[in-house]
Structures are given as C-alpha cells and as structure tokens.
Design a binder for this molecule. Sequence first.
Ligand code: SF4
Length: 338
Amino acid sequence: MLLKHISNKLNTLSEMKTLPGYWYGKPYYSLDAYCKTTYHEKLYKIALDAGLTCPNRDGRIGSRGCIFCSAGGSGDFAVALSTAAATDISKQLQQGIQLFHEKKTGEHFIAYFQAYTNTYGPVSYLEQIYAQALNTPEVAGISIATRPDCLDAPVLSLLSKLQHQYPDKFIWVELGLQSIHEKTARYIRRGYPLPVFEDALSALHDLSIPVIVHLILGLPNENREMILQSVSYLNSLPVWGVKLQLLHVLKGTDLAVEYSKHTFDVFTIEEYIPLLAECICSLRPDIVIHRLTGDGPRDLLIAPLWSLQKRNVLNQFHKYMKETNSYQGKKIICQNHR
Ligand code: SF4
C-alpha cells in the first residue's frame, strides 16, 4: 500500500515540477514550501528548553551523551531566560515571539521542543509544557525532538489525546536517528539499535503523527555509500520529514577530543555540496526537508568553520543543483523509468 502510494507520487512528480510555484522555485520540498502550501504563510521556529534531561546523559543508558552532543543537549539555540522561570514555556515563547516582532516578521510559529529529550519526564509535566505551547494563540503547532526509546505507551497516549484536544494545531515528533549503521550508532553512543527506531516510527504513524528524522552527514568512518544508504532507507518508511545535518564538531564534546587527535576529517564545502545534492536526489519527493546543513553555534563550533557562512552554503548548493539539473527524487524517478 505504502509502495503504491510512493509510486503514484513519483509518477506525478515530473508533471508537478513543471507547475509554476511548485516547491516555490526550489529543487526540493522545503519546510517553507510545505508551510506556504498548507498554512499560506511561512512559520517560524522558536527553540525551547523545557528543562528536561536525556537518558543518555543521566545514567539510565549512558552518562556522557552522544559523542557529538553539546552541554546544551543539542538545544543551543533555545530561548535563553536568566530568571527562575527559565523553563517556563509560555515565557520562552513570548520572548521568542517578541524577538521576531522586533524584526517585523512572523505571525505564527512552531514551538520547537529542542533541548535534550523532550518526552523524557513525568507525563503530567509533559502535558503541562505541551499544553502551554498549544494554548499560545500565535503557535501553529509543536515539534517535539526526542529519542525513539522514550516513547512509551503513556507518552503516546498523551500525544494522541492532545491531537484530539487541539485539532487546529499540529503535533510533530522528531527522532534523532543520525545513521542506520549499527557500527556508527555504537561509535556515536546513540544507545539504541535500529529496530527501536522502526517500532517508534510505526507507533507514531499509527497515531497519524508526522515524524521528522534527523540524519548526520559526515560521521566518522562513514563513506558516501553509507550516507546514501541511510537516506534511501527512509524512502521505504512512513517518514514525513527529514533534517539533514552536516557534522559539526562542537567545543566540550568527546567528538572534539577525537577531532583534535586527527582520527577523522570533516567535509570541505567542495565535498559537501555534491554529496548533499546526491542525498536530495535520492530522497522521496514527498518527504519535507526541514534542514539542509544546520547551524553550529558560533561560540561552540570548532569545525567546519565554512558552515558558519550559511547563506553562502545555500547559494552554492542551489547553484550546483541548477547546473546539474538536480531535484529531489530525481534518482528514484530515473530508476523507475528505466
Ligand atoms: S539523545 Fe540527544 S540530548 Fe541525548 S545525548 Fe544524544 S544528542 Fe544529546
């Protein structure tokens, strides 16, 4: 059934690409394109820190975290409040909204529960923080970053309940998979095997909760083929969105220690752009791309420093896609039409 659905999508892609405004002029299905099509406006993300921790840090699974994870639990862009109310979600949202309004942009927002593992806590507390966001009029919906091994029955039941309570708002879940390769998973200390991800994805799909999967491009000991295998693997699953994250080496991480010993290299921009283009061409065209490179926090980033020039990276990527007549799903479509 799923394969038929995918095949139908692929068959119509060539026609759709010729429609004016499809993907809003970009050669891939961006989150912006999805929001403009669905909500008729751009939605802006406000990154939040709900004061949670992670089982890979508090000792339940591990105490040193994933090898690349910063002290901020991969939530270094969360709104910073310096008061006792630092984890007050409503206050963080109001502060984030205020910042956008000062720039005279943004009417509606995605409340992004980013820092640490955002389903790892008492269900009553989770309900409280999600509801605070969903009750905020400017918030169009919430996106919850978590681990697939932190989605037990009570949490799933809460998400299902909130979906029914807030039918006009969306609830997305983001799963940090990073790679499908078990050797890599052990190296980065991810702390769960691939079947755990598949079970979580399936459970969320059964609840009609859209899932965004995070992959890291450039992990140590992964070559081009391995990266493309991770991308292609997503095509066979009910994945709604993807975040492609260039590997960043951040200060204070164990990855930084490895990097200082020269045990691996990071991508140059000349290596990254063609690889990223190949990933996009290998990805099912209905999967929404939420991220193409990611931002490394300027004060924490050790390498690759070229990634700080985000506009330049995106410009070079778009130029490359144009010059090579590349677009999302191209590789699959070409295979299907052989
Ligand atoms: S699961 Fe997320 S928060 Fe936890 S250690 Fe890994 S990257 Fe950091």
